[in-house]
Write a protein that binds this ligand. Structure first.
Ligand code: PMP
Length: 288
């Protein structure tokens, strides 16, 4: 194939068109797309696709990469350049390129890609035979134990929370806390016992979480793995997050309400110290 694609204002051979590995579409699924069919050299249902493009971009706070008139011109131009009379035009707009971070600034320069696919869309054999389908559970996307890059919701929620003066968000499902945007969440009861959500598809199975539960038990801390509510968390003595690069980070308030004394608690402090000491003692050297 030797198509001409459109990338950020340039017409390029498809093999020459490159998007940065730091593009948020690649790293966070922070991108939207549209597909418009072409039949007989005509754009099908185009106004609807152009309107939905704008709605999707507005909903995510991504700038429209080109004016409306220019968008239509580009659709015509890409079809002409590729000799497409029947097929489709695919377009994708991502928030743009920045060093990887769940937080993003209010203004970024979007990445904008368009390409064509020549394809018979008018003689679909299934129009004669019909389709056979299988039911599966609705789960888009509820397989959170898989560490996918489908991070758009987490990134947008964390950024909004930041703009509202919070450090992070805590996701709640049916009244029960699952986890933070990129860390597991744990509480410590008045009895000094650790409670952390049990493993399921509701949350990522944090490596740090697993190590902390083991280390806490070795240090004589009773640890329970079960679901707990927002109310239980708000009335806990202490709370903390765990993740690979933040280790054990105390949480001192939730929705503006202090947890325990509202200061870093002794159990969280102790677990942070134990984690760093133990992990350093078994850490793998980089140099041979
Ligand atoms: N939950 C989510 C959603 C995360 O993104 C992360 C960190 N990547 C974690 C939990 C913590 O996992 P780990 O301790 O393996 O870094």
């Amino acid at each position: 194939m030797n198509r001409t694609v459109y990338l950020n204002g340039e017409w390029l051979a498809e093999t020459e068109a490159k998007v940065s590995v730091f593009d948020r579409g690649f790293l966070f699924a922070d991108a939207i797309y549209e597909v418009t069919a072409v039949i007989d050299g005509k754009l099908i249902d185009y106004p609807g696709h152009a309107a939905r493009l704008r709605r999707s971009l507005d909903a995510l706070g991504i700038a429209m990469p080109v004016e409306d008139a220019e968008l239509l011109t580009l659709h015509k131009e890409i079809a002409k350049r590729n000799g497409i009379t029947e097929g489709l035009i695919y377009l994708q707009v991502s928030r743009g390129v920045q060093d990887r971070d769940f937080l993003f600034p209010e203004t970024m320069t979007p990445s904008f890609v368009m390409f064509t696919q020549a394809k018979r869309v008018l003689d679909n054999p299934k129009w004669k035979t019909g389709l056979s389908l299988q039911t599966v559970p609705e789960g888009r996307w509820s397989e959170r134990q898989i560490k996918t890059v489908q991070l758009l919701y987490s990134s947008v929620q964390k950024t909004q929370a930041h703009r509202n003066g919070f450090d992070d968000v805590l996701f709640v499902e049916n009244g029960f806390i699952t986890e933070a945007s990129s860390a597991n969440f744990h509480i410590v009861t008045a009895e000094g016992e650790l409670i952390t959500r049990d493993l399921s598809n509701a949350l990522l199975h944090g490596i740090t979480r697993g190590s902390i539960v083991d280390l806490a038990r070795q240090a004589g801390v009773v640890a329970h793995e079960r679901a707990f509510t927002v109310e239980e968390a708000k009335s806990a003595n202490e709370a903390f997050l765990t993740s690979a690069t933040s280790f054990v980070t105390p949480v001192v308030s939730l929705d503006g309400q202090a947890i325990g004394t509202g200061k870093v608690g002794p159990v969280s402090q102790r677990l942070l110290e134990i984690y760093i000491r133990e992990q350093l003692s078994r850490a793998l050297p980089i140099a041979d």
